[in-house]
Structure formats: C-alpha cells, structure tokens
Design a protein around this ligand. Structure first.
Ligand code: BGC
Length: 749
C-alpha cells in the first residue's frame, strides 16, 4: 500500500484512514545497510549530547535541518524512493544527515515485541501484553521487558521504538487497554519508566505515548477531550510525568485527539507548558501517524517531527520559515532536540548492526514475565494448584487451546513463529485487525505436566458438547478469550461467542472447573460464582502456555495483582456508553480528502467529568462494589501484614512487615495508599507506592517504601503546581485496594 499520496495531495481510500500504519507490504530485496559514523568534532564523546548536537547544527544546511523534521512516507511504500531506500522497513523513517555521518532514524512499533518482523523475514519475541507486565507490579520485570525489546529492535536494524504506551485505562473498553499499564498513574508511570530505561539500555531511542488522553479509540482522530487541568495533571498526565522524569525517554509521541480544543500535536498547554517547561523534557516530540495538523501552530507548540509523511513539515514549513512565521531559532530548537536525543540514546556512537536474535532467550524472559503477571482471581477449596498424580482425566475446552493463545492486534501486533496458529501453514501472515493466535498450546502444556492423565479437547463452541466433555473428568479447564485491538473499542465487556454460556454449562457439569481468561481488558462474569477457580492470563506471549501450565500445576505460585478494576457491569462505569463520532468526524470522502484529513476532521465532544476519579478512585468515591478490585490477586500461600510505622520527612517513609503465613514460597505485592485531608476533596484513596517481596514459608521481611511528595499532593490550578496540603493523612497498607489491614494517621505540614 502506498501512503505517500498524503504527501502529494492525492486520494487515500477512506477505509485506510483509521491508521497509517495498518498495512504490511510485500518484502523487498535487501536494502543497503546504513553506514553512519560521526565524522566531525561532535564525535568527541566527552562532550554532552547538547554540545554535540550544536556542533552538528553549525554544519547543517536549512534543507538538511528540515529533512530531520519529517518522515518520507511509510518505509514499506512501493516503489521504494531513494530517500527511504536505506530504511529498515519499519513504520517511520527520518533520513538523517548522511554527509555528516548522522544516521537515519529507523522507527518500529514495539509495544509487546518488535512489530511486522515476519514480513521482513525476521523473528521477534512476543512478550505478554503490557497489561500483563503491569499486573506483575515488578519494576525489574518492566526493565527486562524493555531491554528485550531494545535488543531485538537493534538486532533487526532499528534504532527507535514506538513503544512505551501509558495512557490510563479510563475506560476499560478501550481496544488498546492491553497495550497500556493499567488505571493508576503511579503504577503505570513507574513501570513505563523502567521499561523505557530497559529499551534505551540497548542504545535505542525510547518513546512514551500517546501524549495525552487518547483513552478511547472511537473517533480518536477527531475527538475533543474536555477535562480540568487539575484532573488531567493528577491522572493521565501524572503517568507521563513519572515516565518522563524517571525513564528519561528520548522521544514523546503526541496523540491523535484534541485536548481542551487543540489537537495534542499542536497543543501549547501539553507540549510547551507542561512537557517542556514543567517537566523540562529535553527530547523530541514525534506525532502519532497522521497526527500533525499544522506547521506554524504545531511548531510553536513544540512538535519536532511529523510522521509518517511531510504534509506540513517540509515545503509548508520552509515557506513559513521564509515568510518569518517560524523563526530560525525554532527550527534549530527542533533539530537540536532530535540530535541531542540521538546522541543521548547512543544511536550515533553505536551504529546499528543487524545480527541474530536468540529466540530461546526471548522465550524464557517472556514466560517469566507472564508467570509474574498471571492473576489468580478465585480459588475455592484450594482447587489449584493441580496435583498431576491425582488426575486421571482432564477436559481442556475452548479458545483454540489445542493449538494456541490469542494476542492483541493493531500496530502492537507481533508475528507468531510459523504464522497464525489457527491457520493452515503458509496462510498465517498477520493481517490488520485480524485475530492472531500464537503457537503456544495450553493443551500440550497441560498434557506435559500430567503425562499419565487422559486429556480430552473440546473446541468450546457448543455449551452442551462442552458440558459433555467436562462431565466426569477429574478437572475441566475452560479457556475463554476476548480479542482486542487498536482502532476499535469493545462494544461491551461481555465475553464474545457465547462463552458465558459455555463456562456456565461446563461449571454446572463439573464442580472442578477452572476458567483461564485470555483477555487484555476486564470482562464481566455473570458466572463468577460457578467455577472453582478463575485465572486471568491476559495475552500471554510467545511461551504463554508454559507459564499458564506452571501456575495451574503449582511450579509457579501466582503473584500478579489487577492493574485495572473489573466492574460488575458497564452500568457502573463513569460513562456507561462510549461516545461515538458522528459520520463527519469519523471519515470523509471526495477528492479533497487528504487535505481535509491533514487539516483535521471536525471535532466531537467527550467530557471527562469524572475527572481524577479513574478506576478504583471512581468505584471508591461512588461506593460501587466492583467484581474484582484494583490491586487484587490471590496466591497459593497467605501473607500477614503488621507493624506499620509512618515517618514524616522530605520523603515520608512507610515501614511495615510482611510474613508468609503459608506453606509455600511466594511473592507478595504490598500496596501503600493514602487518604488525603478532607480539604483536598480527593477520592477516598490513592496509590502512593508499592513493593514486591519474595518470601519463603514462615519468613518475614521489613519493608520500607519512600513516598514521592508529589504523590501526597494535589495539583493546584492557581499556583499551577503541585501543592502539599497540611493536615491529617491516613496511610493504608495491604495486599489489595479493598483489603488494607494496616492503617496509621499522620500529620503532615
Ligand atoms: C498508532 C501508534 C503507532 C503508529 C505507527 C498509530 O496508528 O496510534 O501507536 O505507533 O500508528 O504504527
């Protein structure tokens, strides 16, 4: 497919307009390898990235500067243009300055692994979905997650990731919930920072996205989000603030939507006031694909790079520069930000060299992260772990669990080895917004762990047949899934394909029924009382079946906790229905379409009047009991909390003891919340810290969590800053947002 028409003003089929990067092109003969090498005084590594960038800028022509500010069409466009001939066939490319040894910026999507590797004849590991990593609450795992992606990007010849998604789960029906890190800004921000650090450790330009408030996919290119400054700073923007401050990403991707009237990619408040001035972000801002809608306005706001084309940031930019509408210093500022980030990330000092990925190393990392992220939601009468020695017959039901496990779609999609597991060999290429199954078979994983049992498979398409398969088996394991993707929101949180009926029928037929969910989003469970056990396995990645097998049979003690609240029904959500765009805001037609697209579709309105009350803060404030609360997850052992001490200071210290009171080793995620003084008018509590602690049976540990003062503050719109409120704070500690046995009150000034 060819997206370059947008650049020249020709027509694009309306069906493609949801996403610029939603196609895969046929493979090409090997392209020339980029061969950058610093050739001037900027090669002096003892200088700072800023100094080095300025030395390069001195040598650059205006055209070279402008060339750094835009893409050259999708690198997969056919025919290949001389400009992107050296690209690596990702989704975005900026040509660099070959004359001065500055390499091109070769961008690939890499949310849970490097995207579109299959079409390029390459291999990538699929990690469990980002939401699964969030469920591990494990900062080291987040680093490993990012580092693996960084290594594989580099080995494939890319030097920039487009990962780092951290939009808050404001609406659990958002089709990209699996790509994000949950509903809480402290959890999501802390984890994305570590993920970015991991990726950048491989000398790859890191990214955080989609800045900001792109919290629904429906009408994402036109929607105008209205929200108060205080609410956005304390919710969605706080996740980005932590990510930028701690993770130091080289790049920020601005989102498609409008925020309080202006598109995010030309939004003075988001880009200039907050990102640049408040957070002192030194890197560059890249637009989401087709998210640039102006030259002068976007440039003044702080957009540095238009992707994937150059509708605004080439000739129009140059004309505006010549006419004095864009100052020369502003051009240099954009170039400076891009170059200093390239130096800082090490992409100039460490030129890419394609090499061979170790797929087995990837499998192990992927499996371990999944094992840490699986959440045990229910376990009546200690149904789990299973004891292989006691099982003679096992029924495995549903969700193609004989051959594979589902993955999340859209620009995050990773290509499975051997193709889509449910398709015939040779037919398995991944396609935009098509359910893609990884060849990791739960059936085989279960059989391998119970070699003497007879394991029967039923596809789970007919309730009566599934019940018949389950009846009489020692245990029935039902796999249920809900696929999701960029470019869509879920119509509801109900499992599709009549799976609720299948589960109910199986559970009625067999009291030892275990439900394993493969979802990126929370789902409703009208059958929740019926099965003996429920396990949330998310989109489980390349080796997901072994991770699930290890948890079911107890080789691994589950330790994940929900990063998103599971509501009882959509009626309990802040917005029971998602506002859909009117026709004129969702598509357009006619010959002038690309122009209209570039200029921006007419807005439609979504008001986030729930404000800061995202996720559990909403349920707490509205006294609505969810199905499963934020931070909830069971273990095969039990933990006891005691001895809370809160020590005021520059950083409040929260100290407590956790003991493993059961008979198995396990890891407990301890969660620390605060209720602010009443004058703050905040929801009843907010997460202010957490720690994951490994404990042997009988062992206990003293844990101290230091609290960032910001997490105990409110955002004061008058002062335009974070502001602590003097007064009584209640600090609460425990293993779930609805189970916090330790409480202490402390007076803070
Ligand atoms: C998505 C981004 C992605 C980009 C490039 C856009 O449609 O929103 O997340 O990085 O495409 O594929």
């Amino acid at each position: 497919m060819n997206f370059s028409p947008l650049l020249s003003g020709m027509k694009i089929p309306a069906t493609l307009l949801l996403c610029f990067a939603c196609v895969t092109a046929p493979s090409l003969a090997q392209r020339p390898q980029p061969k950058p090498h610093p050739t001037g005084p900027w090669s002096n590594t003892s200088l700072s990235p800023d100094e080095r960038a300025d030395l390069v800028i001195k040598e650059m022509t205006v055209d070279e500067k402008i060339a750094l500010l835009h893409g050259v069409g999708m690198p997969t466009d056919e025919p290949v243009t001389p400009e992107n001939a050296a690209s690596n066939r990702g989704v975005g490319y900026a040509v660099g300055v070959p004359r001065l040894g500055i390499p091109g910026i070769d961008m690939s999507d890499a949310a849970y692994g490097v995207r579109s590797s299959g079409v390029n004849g390459r291999y990538s590991t699929a990690l469990p979905a980002n939401v699964a990593a969030a469920a591990s609450w494990d900062t080291d795992a987040a680093y490993e997650y990012g580092a693996l992606i960084g290594r594989e990007l580099r080995a494939q010849g890319f030097n920039m990731t487009l990962g780092g998604g951290v939009n808050l789960t404001r609406d659990p029906r958002n089709g990209r919930t699996f790509e994000y890190l949950g509903e809480d800004p402290v959890l999501a921000g802390t984890l994305v920072a570590r993920l970015i650090e991991g990726t950048q450790s491989a000398n790859v330009i890191g990214d955080i996205k989609h800045y900001a408030l792109n919290d629904q996919e429906s009408g994402r290119n036109s929607v105008n989000i209205t929200i108060s400054k205080r609410a956005m700073r304390e919710s969605d923007l706080l996740a980005f603030e932590i990510g930028v401050e701690q993770g130091k990403p080289a790049a920020v991707m601005c989102s498609y939507n409008r925020v309080n009237g202006d598109f995010a990619c030309e939004n003075q408040y988001l880009l200039k006031e907050v990102l640049e001035k408040d957070w002192k972000f030194p890197g560059f801002v890249v637009s989401d694909w087709g998210g640039t809608h102006s030259d002068v306005k976007a440039s003044a706001a702080g957009l540095d790079n238009e992707q994937p084309g150059r509708f605004f940031y080439e000739q129009r930019f140059k004309d505006a520069l010549d006419a004095g509408k864009i100052p020369q210093a502003e051009l240099d500022e954009h170039v400076h930000r891009i170059l200093r980030s390239m130096f800082a990330a090490g992409v100039i000092d460490h030129p890419r060299q394609r090499s061979v990925i170790d797929p087995f190393a990837g499998f192990e990392t992927s499996r371990k992260i999944e094992e840490g992220g699986i959440v045990l939601l229910k376990n009546e009468k200690a149904q789990l772990p299973l004891s292989a020695a006691r099982l003679k017959t096992i029924a495995v039901i549903g969700s193609h669990s004989d051959v594979g496990m589902i993955s999340g779609g859209g620009s995050a999609q990773v290509d499975p080895i051997g193709g889509n597991a449910i398709k015939a060999p040779g037919q398995g290429a991944t396609r935009w917004m098509e359910e893609t199954w990884f060849p990791t078979s739960p059936l085989k994983a279960i059989q391998a762990r119970a070699p003497h049992a007879t394991v029967k498979y039923d596809p789970g398409t007919d309730p009566a047949a599934a019940a018949a398969a389950a009846k009489g088996a020692d245990v029935a394991v039902v796999f249920a899934y809900m696929w999701a993707s960029e470019g869509m929101d879920l119509k509801s949180l109900t499992l599709p394909h009549d799976q609720d009926a299948i589960i109910s029928a199986v559970a009625a037929a067999n009291p030892h029924t275990i439900v394993v969910l493969e979802t990126g989003n929370p789902v409703t469970m009208p059958w929740v009382e019926k099965p003996a056990a429920i396990v949330e396995a998310w989109f489980a990645g390349s080796d997901g079946a072994n991770a699930v097998g290890n948890v079911l049979f107890g080789t691994v003690n589950p330790s994940g906790k929900l990063p998103n609240t599971f509501p009882k029904s959509e009626a309990d959500l802040p917005h029971p229905t998602i506002t859909m765009p009117p026709p004129e805001s969702s598509h357009f037609s006619g010959p002038a379409s690309p122009e209209k697209w570039a200029m921006g579709l007419p807005p439609f309105q979504v008001t986030y009047d729930e404000g800061v009350k995202v996720g559990y803060k909403w349920y707490d404030a509205e006294s609505k009991k969810p199905l499963f609360p934020f931070g909830y997850g069971l273990s095969y052992t039990t933990y006891r909390y005691s001895g809370l001490q809160v020590t005021p200071g520059d950083k409040v210290k929260v100290t407590f003891t956790i003991a493993n009171a059961g008979a198995r080793e396990g890891s407990e995620i301890a969660e620390v919340y605060a209720a602010l003084p009443a004058a703050a008018q905040e929801p009843p509590k907010r997460l202010i810290g957490f720690a994951k602690v490994k404990l042997n049976p009988g062992e206990k540990h003293s844990v101290t969590v230091e609290i960032d003062p910001k997490y105990l503050s409110i955002f004061d719109e008058q002062k335009d800053d974070w502001s602590p409120l003097p007064g009584e704070y209640t600090i609460m500690v425990g293993g779930s947002s609805d189970n916090l046995p330790l409480k202490a009150t402390v007076s803070l000034k």
